[in-house]
Design a protein around this ligand. Structure first.
Ligand code: PMT
Length: 403
């Protein structure tokens, strides 16, 4: 059955983003019911949101003739998750103070499902101690608050107050709807490329965007795990609520991972780590007239191998393999030589798989010998499948079963 999202839209300029938000939610398979304040209808029309959601949009408590069903209660009762985006200072203040004087506030008073507030306003309004107090009050009361993004604001100011991109809000909503089946797990994920400097302006790297690793970290967080993300230089949003440790080189990634690895119950290594670095890093920019036409290389530490060597019996270790040839045979060798529980093999020569795509084509090689092959699917889904296997492995370990 589809998850039912109750989306409250209030009167801020960021309301212009809500048709796209609704569209993304619908594309993700959710049933979206929109309730607008009167002010919101000045920024985006109910007709637009009704069209993209495929459902009637409510904005007036008294608009319809009397019906025996009490509409705001029905909407609240049936919601799996309730969201207000954008949430103005006004609505935040009203909800924090228990005021219910229109359809949206009345309905919000009645929701019992998880509720997400996405503040969006001018930076000085956002920093106003009254607004901050109200937001803290909401957090204390169990509301989820998505911090606004920073950047250019419609009022001309630059600072925090922007409504996060609809994709981020969808991810938060997915998180609230997800089963909390990884609660209690400490998950370390690595993501992205590494950069190996040659001189102050040049480095060796690869085409990893970090999307696969960030998808794993995002889904693990949504499923209740404590997540640490050690990531090379990436240019994609990382969700709030996890510990992001940015690194540059393979050596730095190795050092940060080793510092925390003993505290982790699950380690998933999606990063594309450079196997080699320039043997010498020049302090000055190498001039073409003095340069040798070759770069001597030195090996980097093999982080996954080091983790496999010191793995505790209760730790679950998942590696990735970016293959271009005989993916399965090479993958099996890696599984054994690095003492892994699961290896996710992606043949990065296939369209839609590997570097920078939003999708991947994965094959799972299990320690038990089991092999699973999957169709092309979004990286988020691959992430969920990996985490499903981690959850099953944990259950098995708890009952004394084999890995
Ligand atoms: O980031 P995206 O653009 O979304 O792309 C995703 C991805 C292609 C990077 C990802 O799906 C993937 O395959 N990651 C592993 C890439 C890789 O480095 O593969 P490998 O076969 O060279 O390494 C095998 C494993 O050893 C990996 O888990 C890697 O993190 C680890 N490794 C490798 C070298 C090294 N020195 N230390 C390591 O820990």
């Amino acid at each position: 059955m589809k998850s039912r999202v109750l989306l409250g839209v209030t009167g801020g300029i960021a309301a212009y983003k809500t048709p796209w938000l609704v569209r993304l939610l619908v594309e993700s398979g959710m049933d979206v019911h929109v309730v607008m304040t009167r002010a919101a209808t000045q920024f985006v029309t109910p007709l637009t949101l009704a069209t993209v959601s495929g459902n009637r949009v409510e904005h007036d408590m008294w608009e319809k003739p009397f019906e025996p069903q009490i509409e705001h209660i029905t909407l609240a009762d049936q919601a799996d998750v309730a969201v207000i985006a954008p949430a103005t200072a006004n609505i935040i203040g009203k909800i924090a103070s228990g005021i219910a004087d229109d359809l949206l506030t009345t309905m919000f008073m009645a929701v019992t499902c998880p509720a997400l507030i996405c503040p969006s306003m001018n930076v000085n309004m956002f920093r106003n101690p009254v607004v901050q107090r109200n937001l803290n009050r909401l957090r204390e009361l169990g509301y989820h608050v998505l911090d606004p993004a920073s950047g250019y604001l419609a009022c001309g100011w630059v600072g925090e107050g922007r409504l996060p991109e609809p994709e981020c809000i969808v991810e938060e909503i997915r998180g609230l709807l997800a089963p909390r089946d990884l609660e209690g797990e400490n998950v370390l994920v690595t993501a992205g490329p590494t950069e190996e400097p040659l001189d102050p302006v040049r480095f060796l790297t690869n085409r990893s965007s970090g999307k696969m690793g960030v998808a794993v970290a995002t889904r693990a967080l949504a499923r209740g795990a404590h997540v640490t993300l050690v990531a090379g230089p990436i240019n994609i949003p990382v969700p709030q609520g996890l510990k992001h440790v940015p690194v540059r080189t393979a050596q730095e990634m190795h050092d940060r991972v080793m510092e925390v690895s003993s505290r982790m119950s699950v380690i998933i290594k999606a990063a594309a780590v450079a196997d080699f670095r320039p043997a010498v890093e020049s302090a000055d920019k190498i001039k073409k007239e003095f340069a040798e036409p070759h770069i001597p290389l030195a090996p980097n530490p093999d982080i996954l191998k080091a983790l496999g060597a010191r793995k505790r019996p209760d730790q679950i270790l998942v590696g990735f393999a970016a293959e271009t040839g005989d993916a399965v045979e090479n993958g099996r060798k890696k599984l054994v030589s690095k003492n892994l529980d699961l290896l996710v093999v992606n043949d990065v020569t296939r369209p839609g798989a590997g570097f920078d795509y939003d999708t991947n084509i994965a094959r799972f090689l299990h320690r038990s010998g089991l092999e699973e092959e999957f169709e092309i699917m979004p990286k988020r889904k691959v992430a969920d499948l990996i985490l499903d296997r981690v959850r099953d492995l944990r259950k098995n370990l708890k009952t004394g079963g084999e890995r």
